[in-house]
Design a protein. Structure first.
Ligand code: NAI
Length: 336
């Protein structure tokens, strides 16, 4: 039976890379009926709202969505459609596996990190105001309930995926109450998982340690803002944003998307690397129980990257998105 999945092409490089993913999944023989719906700027232009009701209804019906990146204007405009989706669907856990891939030039070759980012609160609640002219304030929200569920999620993930350690990343030396609560709840939850090692790191020290030797970390659990920043840093350790996938999970719904944004500097040029969204789609296929197809696509991407004849520019090649996708589709075909 066909799976039904909501597909949000997004904007910038989004439409180019989502089409590449659709081709790749088709080539692997997985039957998916896509509900194509817009969010962000294209949705505002068409419907006057960044996350239309029709999109929400589609995701609630299908339970699973694959999403291209969506531009969020800086310092003006509507609230981020990404943040709205995560909050409305209560997608509280953002998963970002960061793994070295043979054939992708990078600073390290044995990185195997998992970033778990709390997705619903912290400085992303968007509670900001002007107190008086020239004085502004943004509020960081940390609750016991959100800290509890994300800590549990991280330890459960560790158990399920045979991981050994969870490191909580915080700035509780300065934000003693808010990050202090995040840390305190983490320590309470950790006691219930004696089979998983648990420790914590202050975010600035973690940033240096990651750059010096990322192989010493296993799962990193972070709040929303530090999770965002550290994810991009970690992507830089394994070849860049073009190869790092992501997924947002709640108890009912899951939305799969790459770590990177809409890359306006290369949009419409057919040069974006679709690998990160393809890897995100692999997380989705596993979530849908399509393990064999996911394995086949993974091996095909690794081989295509390792052969190195069809690399996109971000990986040091000169191929277009379409040429890379053609080569990958051919490789998948040879394995079917
Ligand atoms: P970005 O991730 O879009 O781009 C950063 C750099 O990486 C750029 O030089 C870009 O060309 C390159 N890059 C990113 N993805 C690539 C790919 N697949 N292949 C080759 N090169 C790639 O970050 P930026 O420029 O800060 O953000 C642009 C927009 O995207 C902003 O409006 C931002 O809010 C939004 N954004 C959306 C996200 C989402 O939809 N989940 C996540 C992050 C940012």
């Amino acid at each position: 039976m066909a799976h039904r999945v909501t597909l949000i092409p997004g904007d910038g490089i989004g439409p180019e890379i989502t089409e590449a993913v659709v081709r790749v999944i088709e080539a692997a023989g997985v039957d998916i009926e896509w509900d194509r719906l817009q969010a962000g700027i294209p949705a505002v232009q068409e419907f006057g709202i960044s996350v239309p009701d029709e999109l929400m209804e589609s995701i609630k019906r299908n339970k699973v969505a694959l999403k291209g990146p969506i531009t969020t204007l800086v310092g003006k405009g509507f609230k981020s459609a990404n943040v709205t989706l995560r909050q409305k669907l209560d997608l509280y856990a953002n998963l970002r596996p960061v793994k070295s891939i043979g054939g992708v030039r990078s600073r390290y070759d044995k990185v195997d990190l998992v970033i778990v980012r709390e997705n619903t609160e912290d400085l992303y609640t968007g509670i900001e105001h002007v107190i008086s002219p020239g004085v502004s304030q943004a509020i960081k929200v940390v609750t016991e309930s959100a800290s509890l569920r994300i800590a549990r999620w991280a330890f459960e993930y560790a158990r399920k995926h045979n991981r050994k350690k969870v490191t909580l990343v915080h700035k509780a030396n300065i934000m003693k109450i808010s990050d202090g609560l995040f840390l305190q709840i983490f320590e309470q939850v950790a006691e219930r998982y004696p089979d998983i090692e648990a420790d914590d790191k202050i975010v600035d020290a973690l940033a240096m340690n990651l750059v010096m030797d990322p192989t010493r970390f296993d799962i990193l659990l972070l709040g929303n803002l530090f999770g965002d920043i550290v994810s991009d840093l970690a992507a830089g350790l394994v070849g860049g944003l073009g190869v790092v996938p992501g997924a947002n999970f709640g108890d009912e719904y899951a939305v799969f998307e790459a770590v990177h944004g809409s890359a306006p500097d290369i949009a419409g040029k057919n040069i974006a690397n679709p690998s990160a969204l393809i890897f995100s789609a692999l997380l989705m296929l596993r979530h849908l129980g399509e393990e064999a197809a996911a394995d086949r696509i993974w091996k095909s991407v690794v081989v295509t990257l390792a052969i190195g004849r069809h690399l996109t520019r971000d990986l040091g090649g000169s191929c277009s998105t379409t040429e890379f996708t053609d080569a990958l589709v051919k490789e998948i075909g040879s394995r079917t």
